[in-house]
Design a protein around this ligand. Structure first.
Ligand code: ZN
Length: 329
């Protein structure tokens, strides 16, 4: 029903209208993981759907490097019409295997935000460890599809050591040892692959911390270290300057305002969050909102988000919230 209504709205020209109305705002798109042709994996965008998204972007938008968006914000210049920047978080191998060839095919630039300890193979990403445990045949109910998001929320607010202990406790209860190296689906890109992408001129490599902590769960001293050390490690491994940063999880409660200043002080030119929104000409280049595109596999769904229809729905909901739920205003 909802899909039928969306098709009807699109056929009335409402999607093109919302694209036109929102053309002065930039969209920063967010991706995480990709799956092979014909393979459906939870949390991964199938490569065919990714190709359809890029074809749509090529047809209707102007895709620029994220640093260009940040530069326009810093200099106070407005955006060119229908500006879009692409970002891919964490640094998984699937992004190189499946998404990079598409970027080359469509000649579309993108920023890859990578976790430096993950690339150095010192550890793999803790959120992937939880997902991997949830895929095991004897996964407990707290890792079921219905409950896993609540479990993640609970882990987000823990100190990193308590969070890791909790993950190990679950593995022990399941009688499983978490492998020290990431399984294929969660494996990292190599330094060579990152350098190859950066050398192509299409890909910028940014930092996504050393260990992927939720920044509000660690001390100021620790967050400063995550910012400075990840930059240092990446610059050493890539032989290039690292200029942009991405907050892990990136929701409003996942960082403190002084940590935004820490990003700037550490020498980054911009940073992105993960909460939903479009970038306006007065937005802070260190707090750019993004549009999650990793689960949008059908054209009606992704055009709703790319064309700005979802943005206007979101804004309307915010406007109506005090009327519909006066107690929550
Ligand atoms: Zn991440």
């Amino acid at each position: 029903m909802k899909r039928l209504a969306l098709h009807a709205i699109r056929s009335c020209g409402m999607f093109s209208l919302s694209r036109h109305l929102s053309s002065g705002m930039a969209r920063v798109l967010m991706y995480h993981n990709f799956s092979a042709p014909g393979i459906k994996e939870p949390g991964a965008l199938n490569v065919e759907a990714a190709r359809a998204q890029l074809a749509y972007l090529r047809r209707h938008f102007r895709v620029v490097p994220l640093l260009d968006v940040a530069e326009r914000l810093s200099s106070g210049k407005g955006f060119d019409k229908n500006t879009v920047a692409l970002t891919i978080d964490d640094g998984r191998l699937s992004c190189y295997e499946f998404f990079f060839p598409l970027l080359q095919q469509f000649e579309i630039p993108a920023t890859f935000f990578v976790v430096s300890s993950f690339i150095r193979k010192e550890d793999w990403i803790w959120t992937d460890k939880v997902l991997w445990l949830s895929e095991q045949p004897n996964a407990p109910t707290e890792l079921s599809l219905a409950k896993i998001n609540a479990f993640f929320r609970a882990l987000n607010w823990m100190r990193p050591e308590a969070r890791n202990e909790q993950i190990q406790t679950i593995a022990k209860r399941m009688g499983i040892v978490i492998p020290s190296e990431a399984p294929a689906q969660y494996a990292p890109c190599s330094w060579e692959q990152l350098r190859e992408m950066a050398d192509s001129g299409l890909v910028e490599i940014g930092s996504h911390t050393v260990t992927h902590p939720i920044m509000s769960s660690i001390t100021d001293e620790e967050s400063r270290h995550e910012l400075i050390e990840s930059k240092r490690q990446l610059e050493e491994g890539l032989g290039r300057k690292v200029r942009s940063f991405c907050f892990p999880n990136g929701q409003p409660r996942d960082f403190r305002s002084n940590q935004i200043k820490q990003v700037r002080d550490a020498g980054y030119d911009c940073s992105v969050l993960a909460h939903f929104g479009l970038v306006k000409s007065g937005s802070d280049p260190y707090q750019m909102p993004r549009v999650g595109m990793g689960s949008k596999s059908e054209s009606i769904e992704f055009s709703k988000f790319l064309d700005g229809m979802a943005y206007y729905q979101h804004e309307l909901k915010k406007l109506l919230r005090p009327i519909v739920h006066p107690q929550r205003a």
